[in-house]
Design a protein around this ligand. Sequence first.
Ligand code: FAD
Ligand code: SF4
Length: 518
Amino acid sequence: IRNLVLLLGDQLTRGISALQGFDPERDRILMAELAEETSYVPHHVQKIVLVLSAMRHFAEELRNEGLPLDYVALEDDGNSGSFTGELARAVKRLDPERIIVTEPGEWRLREVMEGWTERFARPVEIRPDTRFFASRERFASWAKGRRSFRMEHFYREMRRETGILMEGETPSGGRWNFDAENRKALPKGERVPRRHRVEPDAVTRAVIDMVRRRFPDNFGDLDGFGWAVTRKDALDALDRFVAELLPRFGDYQDAMKRGAPFLFHAVLSPYLNIGLLTAGEVCTAAETAWRDGRAPLNAVEGFVRQILGWREYVRGVYWLRMPDYPESNVLGADRPLPDFYWTGETDMACMAEAVAATRRHAYAHHIQRLMVTGNFALLAGIRPAEVEAWYLVVYADAFEWVELPNVHGMALFADGGLLASKPYAASGAYIDRMSDYCAGCAYDPRAKTGAKACPFNVLYWRFLSVNRDRLAGNPRMAMPYRTLDAMEAGQRAEVLRAAEAWLEKLDAAGSTYAAPRQ
Ligand code: FAD
Ligand code: SF4
C-alpha cells in the first residue's frame, strides 16, 4: 500500500489532517486500543468507555464510507499494547511506503513519534493538528519577546484573526469582555434544566462490560454513563446546549449549586477534545445564536472566550513550555494529596460535593475545579505533581495538553504567573457567595477563628502570609494584603495558629492514594 494513516483516540474527526488526500484504493487506516493509553494513568472508568466506544463508532463510520481500516481492539490476540508495537505489526503486514499521522496532543507521544522514521525505515509524516485556531507556530510567534503572557491579549488577536464576534475591526457590542456581567450567583428558585443523557447502545454496553472487568479498581462510577460517543449525538448535545442553556450560560458561569453539577455549562469539552466536535463549529453555533437573537452577547462572548481564548491559549503554553513546564513549583508546595480527593470523605461540604460529582459524572465545571478542589490544593500547598495526576485521572475531558496548564499554571500558580496574572486564591466567603454549599456544611464561612472556622478562611490568610515575599508585589494582590495587614495582630496570630493546627491534622491523616504522574 501507499500510505498507512494512524488515527489516535482523540483524533476522531473526519476532517483530521492525517486523512487529507486519503485514497481508498491505495491507502489504509490503522486504529488501535492500547493498554499503554488506557493505563498510563488509572483513568476514570467513564473516560475509558467514552474514548474506546467513540473510537469503535468512528471506525464503523469510516468503514461505512468505504475507507479501508484495520482496527485492533484492546483484547484482540496479539495486541502489543503500544503505538510503536501496533505500527510495527501493521508495517510488517502491509509494507506501506509512508506512515502518516496528525501530531498528538501530548509531549510524551510526540517524542515517541519522532523515533519512528528511523525505527520503521520509511518516511513518517507528522502533520499539524488543524483543528485548533492557532497553530503551535502561531502561538510561538505571539509569545515571542513577551516576558509574561496574558490570555486576554492573545484572545483579542484571535478574535481579530478569525473575525468571530467582530464587526470589522470592532468587537461586537463595542467591548472585548463581558466578564463583569458573568459573575452572578444562582437566585433561589432558578430552574436548572435536566441534563440530557445518551442511552448507551450495544457497542457502548460491550465496552462498559469490558471496562468493569479490566479496570475494577479505577476511580469513578459507570452506572450513569450518558456521554455521546458519535458525532451525531455530540452535535445533538451542541444543539441542545445552544437552545436551552447558552442564554443563561453567561449569567451563571461562576455559580455553584448542590446537586446540580452541570448548571448552564456546555459539557462539551470531552467531545471537543476527542474530535467529535470542532472548536470552529462550536464557536460558530454560539455566534449564530447571538446574531439570530437567541442568546445574549454576554453569554456568547463568555462562551467563545473559553474556547477561542482559554482553550487555545493553554495549548499554546503547553507546547511552548514542555517538557520543563511541570518541573516548576515556585510556591514550594510540598504536602501529599489528601485521601478525600478520592473518597470525598471530608466535612467540607464544598469539597465533598465536587468530589462526589466528579466520581459520578467524570465532570465538574470550571469553578468547582478552580475555586474548590484547585483552590484548596493551592491554599494547603499540595504537591503540584500529585494534584496534576489527580486531575488527569478524574475528568472525562482530561488530556495533558489542556489539563496540565490549567492545573499547574491556573489553579496552583506553580509556574509563578506565566499563565495567569495572579493566584486564584479565595476564602470561604467567595464559595459562600457563589454557591449554596455552606448552608449544609460543618463549618461557618464567616468564621475566621474557633472550631467552626471555615478551613478555606484560615488557610487563605496563611497562604497570603507565607507567600508574602513572592506575592505582595503583585498589584492584583494589593487588596488582599491590605486586608491581612489591617487585621488586628492578635486575631491574625490566632488565624495563623488555627491554620497550622488544621494542616497538622491533615498531615496526621496521611495520604494513601498518591498517584504520581507517569
Ligand atoms: P464550559 O464552561 O461550558 O466551557 C465551554 C468550553 O470552553 C469547554 O467545553 C472547554 O472546551 C472550553 N474551556 C473552558 N475553560 C477552559 C480552560 N480553562 N481551558 C481550556 N478549555 C476551556 N478542560 C479540559 O478540557 N480538560 C481538562 O483536563 C481540564 N482540566 C482543568 C483543570 C483545572 C484545575 C481547571 C481550573 C480547568 C480545567 N479545564 C479542563 C478547563 C474547564 O474547566 C473545562 O474545559 C470545563 O469545565 C469543561 O466543561 P464544559 O464543557 O461544561 O465547559
Ligand atoms: Fe466549603 Fe467553608 Fe463553605 Fe464549608 S463553610 S462549604 S468548607 S467554603
